[in-house]
Ligand binder design. Structure first.
Ligand code: ADP
Ligand code: ASP
Ligand code: MG
Length: 412
């Protein structure tokens, strides 16, 4: 039997009624002759609630216990989805990550899937089971501990299953009807795309567009998974949603195809560090060991052998970063005058594979922000994106004005 992977995100399983509607969609695909692997998220809001419990109990938590707690939301929806399908007379059972097993690295709270041996589930399909409902977001480490894949990780679970089972397609059901030129919740003029290239989606995701987790796009690209994003709130339609595909299949050729944002960023500046060989390693080594995901980095021109070093990281990692730097200072590995945290910043980025061949794109971005009187604090660029750090209160305005400036509401 051909295999289909269907993933339902938090809002698509938010209530028992939503679970029923999702199950009906699964039933339709089973009736078409598929063996279906359903990947479920926790009910919407549940994971945030669990993360809150952990932070309140232990601010610099042990990530192994964080995973034990936050993975639990998916267990509930997996069981409920299996029960709902059984009530519809569809043979189904639930699987937690460790039961499959979804084998991951031991990088707790951001583990990577290493392997998904398909034998257990295939044996059940062979016995007549029609649907394997798998708890997304979770796996098991070589040490036998429960791991999670980072926020949004159920997308990655879904694509990894599609690759492991050579599924005909991987459908990601969510609360928007596809991938847009920017978050439709922020810009009314956002336009739905029929197709988007893997490379562009990869950038958009890594720059904050949470419609797909970055790693899921990477895996889909590598294993040639047919990946589609669509709404679980609309009528079923085989042509619905957005297909993530190879660049060659896209006809649009604009310089910029999307705007992404990341709201919860922080800008940290180490004031007056010695400008000497090895200083960057002495700063960013301990930050990495402490689990801080450093993104942008700027080093100032040095004066009298001392310089300022600025970096950005997620705002909820500021306490970790401060502790890592204080410890490094106490042990004499680095010396700095002060560490200043600006926790009110956001990152806004423009993305497009057409940037490779269009000039003046960054300049246009900067003049657009200037016209709105938005000050740029840090800039980074790559071949197909430009990112800026700005005050968080201007984030929506920046997204909308850039969307307008690059005329993204019009198909190119
Ligand atoms: P799920 O719970 O189904 O995984 P998410 O909240 O993780 O859903 O992702 C869907 C959300 O992603 C949408 O509600 C939307 O606000 C947001 N989003 C951000 N950027 C985009 C984009 N470019 N296109 C579509 N949705 C986007
Ligand atoms: N429930 C997890 C989260 O909220 C995983 C997911 O929904 O993809 O991040
Ligand atoms: Mg998600």
């Amino acid at each position: 039997m051909p295999v289909l992977v269907m993933k339902f995100g938090g809002t698509s399983v938010a209530t028992l009624d939503r679970i029923k509607r999702a199950a009906k969609r699964v039933g339709v695909e089973v009736a078409k002759g598929y063996d279906v692997i359903v990947i479920v998220s926790a009910m919407s809001g549940e994971t945030n609630k669990l993360v809150g419990f952990v932070n309140e109990t232990s601010p610099l938590f042990d990530a192994r216990e964080y995973d034990a707690v936050v993975s639990s939301g998916e267990n509930v929806t997996a069981g409920l989805m299996a029960l709902t399908l059984q009530e519809m007379d569809v043979p189904a059972r639930s699987w937690q990550g460790w039961q499959v097993p979804v084998e991951t690295t031991s990088a707790h709270s951001s583990a990577r899937i290493e392997a998904i041996p398909p034998g257990n589930i295939l044996a059940k399909f062979a016995e007549g089971m029609k649907v394997a409902v798998v708890a997304g977001f979770q796996g098991v480490s070589p040490e036998g501990r429960i791991t999670t894949l980072g926020r949004g990780g159920s997308d990655t679970t879904a694509v990894a299953f599609a690759a492991a089972f050579e599924a005909e397609r991987c459908d990601i059901y969510t609360d928007v009807d596809g991938i847009y030129t920017t978050d439709p919740r922020i810009a009314d003029k956002a336009r739905k795309l029929d197709k988007i290239a893997f490379e562009e989606m990869l950038e958009l995701a890594s720059l904050g567009a949470k419609v797909l987790q970055t790693r899921s796009v990477e895996l889909a690209m590598r294993y040639k998974v047919k990946l589609r994003v669509l709404s679980s709130f609309e009528e079923m339609d085989d042509a619905a949603g957005t297909l993530v595909c190879d660049e060659e299949e896209i006809v649009e050729s604009k310089a910029v195809n999307g705007v992404a944002y990341s709201r919860d960023e922080a800008k940290m500046t180490l004031i007056s560090v010695a400008d000497r060989p090895g200083i960057a390693a002495a700063i960013f080594g301990p930050l990495s060991d402490a689990g801080v995901n450093v993104d942008m980095i700027v080093q100032n021109i040095s004066e009298e052998g001392r310089t300022d070093m600025t970096f950005s990281c997620p705002v909820d990692q500021v306490a970790r970063a401060e502790k890592a730097m204080a410890d490094a200072k106490a042990s004499g590995d680095i010396n700095f005058h002060d560490l200043v945290a600006d926790t009110d910043v956001a990152k806004v980025s423009i993305v497009g594979i057409g940037m490779r061949s269009h000039a003046g794109v960054a300049a246009k971005m900067f003049s657009t922000l200037r016209d709105e009187n938005i000050n740029i604090k840090v800039i980074t660029t790559s071949e197909i994106k430009v990112s800026v750090l700005i005050d968080r209160k201007y984030m929506e305005l920046a997204v909308q004005s850039l969307h307008d400036a690059f005329a993204l509401e019009k198909a190119g």
